[in-house]
Design a protein. Structure first.
Length: 812
């Protein structure tokens, strides 16, 4: 699993001194490809090189008492400990939650595992394939007539690593605050489940459609489910393109580009939702010929000129040659003594006052043994910092942080939600003059006591009845400032003067036009942190491009890897049925904010944080980028294949669209699988005698496994396989997840009381903190619900002034 090492890599890029503890024969990732020219070498694994940049390496044998002692000596002075050990191994070396709290009470321990350290599946075997199965990502990805697809290249694990790094820094901020108040021993244990991060922040999006419409989900192939036509991936002359044009004016500009063909007059082709949901193939056939007549570059240029959200699906080699990313000097050349000089992804997020370190190579095995293990015995953490002892600890990790949230739609509000969940006071600035788009439109929540006229549409109650908005904006306050007025902008600047962070996902230039960009606000409050989330970044040839999540995924290279192996003849899938890049950007922005807060606490300096969606999404694709440079082969969709596992697939089970994920890597796992199948003769079959042979004959192996799974339910197959130590998990849809005992034990779904909706289910907090846990404390705010608090208590206005501002539609 890559989540724990990638978490530590992110911390290293943020400036931490990260010591990687490896067994004597090295991290198993050193034996996984890609390798230069396909030749295996423990110092040139692309996976290891990418996930371990900037660290120091030592080797310890945890089977020996002496090295266990050495580990705990290191932990005495460590701030953060990141681990992903098997559950059964934790107690043996003294690193369970209870043991760490007893022995290293100041330590922040981040445990990252497929399922988490509590819940029914905590001892289950699992890999990235199972994470995608449990979290719901696989069920919605792929063609309807084929098996569900996992996310490629362990992307779920890399994303979980970013989440783990965010959680670690939040805990550091909580410890800093506790120690400043005289609290000693303010470490804590953080339980991060890869599957939990995906199930909340990504597939949690599907919860409202299940709760209110009974839709459990399905695979939609090359198009986004429940969207507006056109929202699909289609072939062009030299590859594929992605179009996602939900707004009517965007669609009309696209039709103008096509020459307003005669079919646009047919009433059947005026219902864009029906075109997407009921007869998508027919609808796509109307526009497909135009795309096939043009190549990627032509389409991109035409759509840029006409402000149509449409982009080429870039392959990994094309991403590495992207004029936009090159203009932004994003890639970083890293020189390694064994692997040589290669281009690596640049930073996940740009901290303009304290840039990430992305140019350091991964360490050689045991490279720093003498340097680290030969040091004098370190001081204990208490002796090192001289903390005073107090019983008072903060109840919420970010309880003294105030954030102004200018975000709208998905990515911006989610970044604010992540910070609000951890205790920050997040004030959402909005107005009836410009409402968050997530508040608009006919709500899916049934209101039996209110007819449509009484509900009032977008000018009435509809904006308070949107469940997706409720999830992204829980725990926040709302103030209505009309930023189209100079007085409204002045009030915003006053609010900034008593705040810590401003968060926005406006297009580049909007903050400047409003006079609330970093340069302007830093004159109001010199230590302010301003975090912006432009789709392509503030600069570069594509900085003004109109984009939604699928467009970013197309331009990042991610979309080119989502599909079945090319030799199987299927068209590219591309779509993931979740706002992948929006979620990545939200996590990166939240990470940048907490890192900037800690930098400010130590230096007194604020800064500008730039979380470009494209760069955050592409930054997780380091392995295929290195693969291309090492081998010269352009990475193509792997389907569910992984050369380090065989079998490794989602297999059909008894029931409608029922599947189970099974992954077998080591020979011991293979023997266990053979035992469960009751096919002992397979142990001596030369086709399956070792991993290389099983990989070569994986399609025959798939047939053998599917023969066994077809007569069993996913749950039955999972129980039998996990009882033998074989990684397996049902491929769940949102209905399965909502009923799953493990996910519910981890509060993946929580109930909150909303003033208009009543009891409402929302996705929960993805990480579990032992001492300062995040929580869903309050429902999403009503529009302007907290005007009085903000204007009178924070800004000191009297009631007469507030009434005047309301009458003048400044507070509106």
């Amino acid at each position: 699993m890559v989540s724990a090492p990638f978490c530590a890599k992110v911390l290293a890029e943020l400036g931490a001194d990260v010591i990687k503890v490896e067994p004597p024969d090295g991290d198993p990732a050193r034996r996984r490809g890609p390798f230069p020219d396909g030749v295996s070498h423990p110092e040139s694994s692309g996976l290891f090189l990418f996930a371990n940049q900037g660290k120091r390496s030592i080797t310890l044998d945890m089977a020996t008492d002496a090295d266990v002692v050495r580990l705990h000596r290191l932990l005495e002075t460590a701030d953060i400990f990141v681990e992903n050990q098997p559950y059964a191994a934790l107690h043996k070396v003294g690193i369970s939650a209870e043991q760490l709290a007893e022995r290293h009470p100041r330590l922040i321990a981040v445990s990252i595992s497929p399922y988490g350290r509590m819940g029914d599946y905590r001892e289950y075997a699992g890999y990235d394939l199972q994470v995608n199965a449990l979290s719901g990502m696989s069920f919605g990805t792929g063609h309807t007539h084929r098996e569900p697809l996992t996310t490629p290249n362990q992307q779920a694990g890399f994303l979980a690593g970013v989440g783990g790094a965010f959680a670690a820094i939040v805990a550091l901020l909580a410890r800093d605050a506790a120690e400043a108040d005289g609290c000693g021993d303010a470490g804590q244990y953080i339980d991060v489940a890869d599957s939990g991060i995906i199930a909340t922040l990504l597939t949690g999006y599907h919860l409202p459609t299940f709760i209110y419409r009974g839709i459990a989900g399905s695979r939609s192939g090359n198009r986004m489910r429940l969207g507006l036509f056109p929202n699909c991936v289609l072939p062009c002359r030299d590859g594929y393109v992605c179009i996602d044009a939900p707004q009517m004016e965007q669609y009309q500009r696209f039709l103008n580009l096509l020459g307003n063909p005669n079919w646009t007059e047919d009433p059947r082709y005026r219902d864009r939702r029906a075109m997407s949901d009921r007869y998508p193939e027919e609808a796509e056939s109307l526009i497909a010929p135009w795309f096939k007549e043009h190549d990627k570059d032509e389409i991109l240029q035409l759509c840029l000129e006409n402000r149509i959200p449409c982009a080429p699906v870039l392959t990994i080699d094309e991403v590495l040659e992207s004029p936009h990313l090159l203009a932004r000097r994003w890639f970083c050349e890293v020189d390694h003594p064994e692997a040589g000089s290669l281009q690596y992804p640049g930073p996940l997020v740009r901290l303009h006052g304290s840039p990430l370190k992305v140019s350091d190579p991964a360490p050689m095995l045991g490279e720093h043994n003498d340097e680290i293990l030969g040091e004098n015995p370190p001081l204990s953490s208490r002796e090192r910092v001289g903390v005073r002892v107090s019983s008072q600890k903060p109840l919420k990790a970010l309880q003294d942080v105030r954030i102004i949230d200018l975000g709208s739609a998905w990515a911006g509000p989610m970044a604010g939600q992540l910070l609000a969940d951890m205790g920050a006071e997040v004030i959402k600035v909005e107005s009836r003059a410009r409402m968050d788009g997530m508040r608009l439109g006919r709500p899916m929540i049934p209101i039996p006591d209110l007819g449509e006229d009484l509900a009032g549409g977008d000018r009435g109650l509809w904006p308070e009845l949107q469940p997706v908005f409720h999830g992204l904006n829980r725990n926040k306050l709302s103030v209505t400032l009309n930023l189209r007025t100079e007085e409204g902008r002045s009030l915003l600047r006053q609010l900034v003067s008593v705040s810590d962070v401003v968060l926005s996902n406006f297009s580049p230039g909007v903050l400047q036009r409003l006079g609330v960009d970093y340069d302007s606000l830093s004159r109001v409050k010199p230590d302010i942190i301003v975090a912006a989330m432009p789709a392509f970044g503030d600069t570069g040839p594509l900085s003004d491009m109109v984009a939604y999540a699928p467009i970013i995924q197309a331009m990042s290279g991610m979309m080119s890897l989502v599909g079945y192996p090319p030799e199987e003849g299927e068209p590219l899938v591309g779509e993931l049925q979740a706002a992948w890049s929006d979620t990545v950007a939200a996590l990166c922005a939240a990470l940048g904010v907490v890192a900037a807060l800690r930098h400010r606490n130590r230096t007194g300096c604020g800064q500008y944080v730039e979380a470009a969606h494209l760069e955050g999404t592409a930054a997780l694709l380091g392995v295929p980028m290195l693969q291309y440079q090492m081998t010269g082969n352009v990475p193509t969709p792997p389907g569910n294949d992984d050369p380090d596992f065989a079998p490794h697939n989602n297999y059909p089970c008894a029931g409608e669209d029922a599947w189970v994920s099974i992954a077998v890597g080591a020979d011991s796992e293979w023997r266990a699988l053979v035992g469960v199948l009751g096919r002992e003769e397979l142990n001596t079959d030369p086709r399956f005698c070792d991993l290389a042979s099983r990989w070569q004959h994986r399609r025959e192996l798939d047939d053998l496994v599917a023969e066994w799974t077809r007569s069993r339910t996913p749950e039955e197959a999972t129980h039998l396989l996990q009882s033998a130590g074989v990684a397996a998990m049902p491929v769940m849809n949102i209905a399965d997840q909502f009923a799953d005992p493990h996910l519910n034990a981890r509060d993946t779904y929580v109930e909150i009381d909303h003033p208009h909706v009543g009891a409402e289910m929302l996705y929960g907090v993805p990480w579990l903190f032992s001492d300062t846990p995040g929580s869903v404390r309050a429902p999403a705010p009503l529009l302007g619900q907290h005007n009085k608090y903000v204007l009178t208590e924070l800004l000191g206005m009297d009631d007469a002034t507030v009434r005047r501002l309301s009458d003048d539609q400044v507070v509106y």
